[in-house]
Design a protein around this ligand. Structure first.
Ligand code: ADP
Ligand code: MG
Length: 481
């Protein structure tokens, strides 16, 4: 059977405020349990919440970034449910009047197609505490440090049609919130988590099928894998004539399967009502406009500028602008080397390879952009060739010193003395007379292919230090005899 996949995502982004959404307690990851709490976060009766203005500013920034309607009057509501890590018995959230209304986001897929994904809304809400099961025998520990941490919940329309589109969408949201500086984007620490709503319908049918919701998936890779397994599970059920149960599921990365957590509750199960402790949030046009004026450059704008200013390809500009830290690294290189193509090639090539191998983010690169630029400048001034530069970079990566120190210490300065190169080429020709004879008897087309062999021999003889630009003409001259 031919199924169409329908996906809508709810992304929780933890806002990078210094203090909590409704109290002055510090926000931070990894502190001793229950040390970052006030009476408000502990849910003490009579303790009154005070709304964090910085969280408001961040939410409005996000709204502008996705061209959304800004809720000029937004209202906090109580979402009532019982759970040990929620001492108040309700989560303060927004229901009917969120801070951010309808917007949209364009995502670019690997093949270059652009898809527009609708944003339904984004609302502010507080996080709950955490239940700790591991260190306790027959008991559960409660840590309320996370309680009242500010979250922006970003809800998409069911416009996503594949796992790849879902990942591209989440990456774009990640890129936007980190560019705006409103979320650190650290998915491993839970700063960004994603709920995946997924249903199938026969191709061509207009009504949506029954969906399931997979909660709290916290990496791009797991989002993709969770979607594939859930599609398979739902298709199996439907093809056997069964029905999908609307429920909340959990993705288990170790078994690569989703499991039922609980049946789906409806909004009215939560008995939402406006929070009497918090006034409606009224915004002025001036306030909203001032935030718009001060927005930083966003990923798509940066990519467009890279294409225009540095003549990069669409693809290169897209990769280099995907994260703000990578874009900054690249631009530091360009400022120092004045060569965008060279800088782009090295960031996307060798540097990305080394980062991947050591599973590091660019902000944690052991080689800073300034030190990297010194290396590229040594390629530009012909001190070393590109091949040697790769070895030098590896040594820099391993902490052996700066580019110049390593070039000096290892004697890697490129040979640019034509007489010395001519001598090396001559010795290669003498040592390979059979190949030389074959070369001289060949058509020009064939010769072009064969020259690589001789080039390789000369580079080997020079221990990689010959300047390839100087070797080529000499090699051609001497090979012709
Ligand atoms: P709830 O508040 O119960 O989670 P919503 O109606 O607000 O439900 O939808 C939450 C998310 O589910 C949205 O991202 C929406 O796009 C998505 N969604 C709704 N219906 C479907 C469906 N049939 N298939 C897939 N996703 C859906
Ligand atoms: Mg939901």
């Amino acid at each position: 059977m031919n199924w169409e996949v329908v996906i809508g995502l709810e992304i929780h982004a933890q806002l990078s405020t210094k203090s909590k959404l409704f109290s002055g307690a510090a926000v931070g990851f990894g502190a001793e349990p229950n040390t970052q709490t006030t009476l408000v976060d502990l849910g003490m009766p009579g303790a009154l919440p005070v709304f964090n203005k910085e969280a408001l500013r961040m939410a409005v920034m996000f709204g502008h970034a996705v061209n959304a309607e800004i809720g000029m009057t937004s209202i906090f509501a109580r979402k009532n449910y019982f759970y040990p890590d929620l001492p108040k018995g309700y989560q303060t959230s927004q229901m009917d009047d969120p801070i951010v209304g309808k917007g949209a986001l364009d995502i670019t897929l690997e093949d270059g197609t652009v898809r527009r994904i609708g944003i339904t809304r984004a609302h502010l809400e507080e996080d709950a505490g955490k239940s700790l099961h591991e260190d306790f025998q027959g008991m559960t520990g409660i840590d309320l440090n996370r309680s009242s941490t500010p979250l922006l919940e970003i809800v998409s329309e069911p416009d996503i049609r594949s796992a790849k589109e879902a990942v591209a969408y989440v990456k774009m949201i990640h890129s936007i919130v980190t560019y705006l500086g409103i979320c650190d984007g650290n998915m491993a620490e839970g700063s960004m988590r994603c709920d995946i709503n997924l249903s199938l319908r026969p191709k061509g049918q207009s009504e949506y099928g029954t969906r399931t919701e997979i909660k709290n998936v916290n990496s791009f890779r797991f989002i993709e894998k969770a979607i594939y397994t859930e599609i398979e599970r739902q298709a199996d059920i439907l093809e056997d004539g069964g029905k999908i149960v609307q429920e909340t599921r959990l993705y288990d990365p170790d078994k690569n399967e989703t499991r039922s957590m609980r049946s789906k509750e409806d909004a009215n199960d939560y008995r939402y009502f406006p929070c009497p402790d918090l006034l409606p949030v009224e915004l002025t046009e001036e306030y909203v406009e001032a935030i718009r004026q001060n927005l930083p450059e966003l990923p798509t704008q940066k990519a467009a500028r890279f294409i225009e200013q540095y003549k990069l390809s669409d693809y290169d500009a897209g990769v280099l602008s995907a994260s703000r830290s990578m874009a900054d690294y690249f631009e530091t290189l360009v400022n120092k080397t004045k060569d965008a193509k060279l800088s782009a090639n090295w960031v996307m090539g060798e540097l990305s390879k080394l980062l991947n191998q050591s599973q590091l983010e660019i902000v944690n690169s052991p080689v800073s952009a300034d030190s990297f630029a010194e290396l590229l400048i040594r390629i530009q001034d012909n001190t070393i060739n590109g091949k040697t530069a790769k070895d030098v970079l590896q040594s820099m990566w391993d902490g052996e010193g700066s580019a110049d120190e390593i070039i000096e210490k290892k004697g890697l300065v490129q040979v640019t003395d034509t007489a010395a190169i001519e001598a090396m080429v001559q010795s290669v020709i003498d040592a390979n007379s059979a190949q030389v004879e074959q070369f001289r008897a060949s058509e020009p087309d064939k010769q072009k292919k064969m020259i690589g062999f001789f080039m390789g021999q000369v580079m080997k003889a020079s221990q990689g230090k010959a300047n390839p630009g100087l070797v080529t003409p000499i090699l051609q001259k001497l090979l012709q005899g």
